[in-house]
Design a protein around this ligand. Sequence first.
Ligand SMILES: NC(=O)c1ccc[n+]([C@@H]2O[C@H](COP(=O)([O-])OP(=O)(O)OC[C@H]3O[C@@H](n4cnc5c(N)ncnc54)[C@H](OP(=O)(O)O)[C@@H]3O)[C@@H](O)[C@H]2O)c1
Length: 484
Amino acid sequence: MPEASANIGVVGLAVMGSNLARNLASREGNTVAVLNRSRAKTDELVAAHPEAQFVPAFSYEEFAASLQKPRTAIIMVKAGGPTDAVIDELVKVFEPGDIIVDGGNAYFPDTIRREKAVRSTGINYVGAGISGGEEGALLGPSIMPGGSDESWVTLGPILRSIAAVAEGEPCVTHIGHNGAGHFVKMVHNGIEYADMQLIAEAYDLIRRGTGKTPAQIADIFAEWNRGELESYLIEITAEVLRQVDATTSLPLVDVILDQAGAKGTGAWTVQTALALGTPVSGIAEATFARSLSSHPEQRAVAASLPGPAEAFQVPEDQVDAFIEDVRLALYASKIVAYSQGFDEIRAGAAEYDWTIDLGAVSKIWRGGCIIRAQFLNRIADAYAESPELPVLMTAPYFAEALARGQAAWRRVVVAAAQAGIPAPAFSSSLSYYDGLRADRLPAALVQGQRDFFGAHTYKRVDKEGTFHTLWSGDRSEVEAEDTH
Ligand SMILES: NC(=O)c1ccc[n+]([C@@H]2O[C@H](COP(=O)([O-])OP(=O)(O)OC[C@H]3O[C@@H](n4cnc5c(N)ncnc54)[C@H](OP(=O)(O)O)[C@@H]3O)[C@@H](O)[C@H]2O)c1
């Protein structure tokens, strides 16, 4: 058996695991033990990176023996059954006080279940969301760990050493107990869906409204990236739009099949939001927009349905103003998407009894992850000023931005509807904004309908109590049991 020389281990050496192991090994003070189910990946990694001085293990017993106590291992295997399989093996060779970290993309209820099961053995279990893809894993990801306070004492310094750094601060914080880290990572991905869809809608409106080429629109995005929209996603959008296909010499975006894929984290975010009763309409529309795009058979049939009689063309002298309107609409819709995402985290924390510092979450997303953006500093400021803020978009900075952008936002949504250009994320964000700020909502009528067909009762604006109208009787009102 090897001597216990490593302070951290990685199980699963595909692209994410091997990059994370290399990242760990490159930081002062770390010695990294590595293990993979099939031996070849371990041999390849160790041979390709002698500078990392990995401690290879070829069995779980060897792996455990090579780790100093408390043993700490990060699992980076295919999410789902493989994660459970690795946990089962680690539990056999680890001891109470040791720490098992799942760095894969687990669904947070699985993390809650696993944490409970592993905790019963005395071993700590930490579900850690890791964002940033392959490059992030190697150079510095944004890390969202859950788990116990005890495990954070050992794990904190290790994760801080490998995380991305934004404005001098490592992009990692202890999110909360059991599944809190994977929950926050899930919502991060949901917000990412919304942000990408909004950018795509902005591109589509400009292209179809002004006839600008993808390369010209790339310049517009590059310009936007120098202002309040500055973000990784805007930056890469300009790169993608500028790319020319080597085979056809056409803009690459015109030869990519217009069917967007998804790995499921957007759907999880929406399903969870539905269960929590939290309207994340921007994320939902973005997720559904990908689904809609991926039904070519339905799209082929529906292509015969009529659209507007007149073609959409922004007059020459209004092109610059239209583009500025789209920019403002994009920023306003983005504020709504993030506001909704943070609302879901707040609701999740209340439901699962986590104490989550929303300002700290926004800060660790400033580097390493896909939604990194200047904008996140404003979110951190808002929560620093008002930690219990019930609606993020009402923070002074965002309220001002929405006030500044709302007229443009409305013009863009109207233009999209009249032009027959789908803008589900733009328009649903505006509806959410108008819904939340409304003095009265037609929910009163919905309650009336519910009372009519199901005697579900209603409350009144002018007195306490619960009421029911005898709809099939004399239509007088009676006081009733609350069946809302
Ligand atoms: N790729 C990304 O950009 C990205 C970004 C963030 C998070 N993640 C998450 O990170 C994790 C790792 O991702 P990845 O792309 O590097 O790898 P992956 O393709 O998801 O998984 C491959 C790894 O899982 C191992 N594995 C599969 N079944 C196993 C089992 N039953 N028992 C033990 N090991 C098993 C494989 O071992 P063998 O070599 O023996 O087959 C291999 O090491 C995943 O949860 C993924 O969702 C990925």
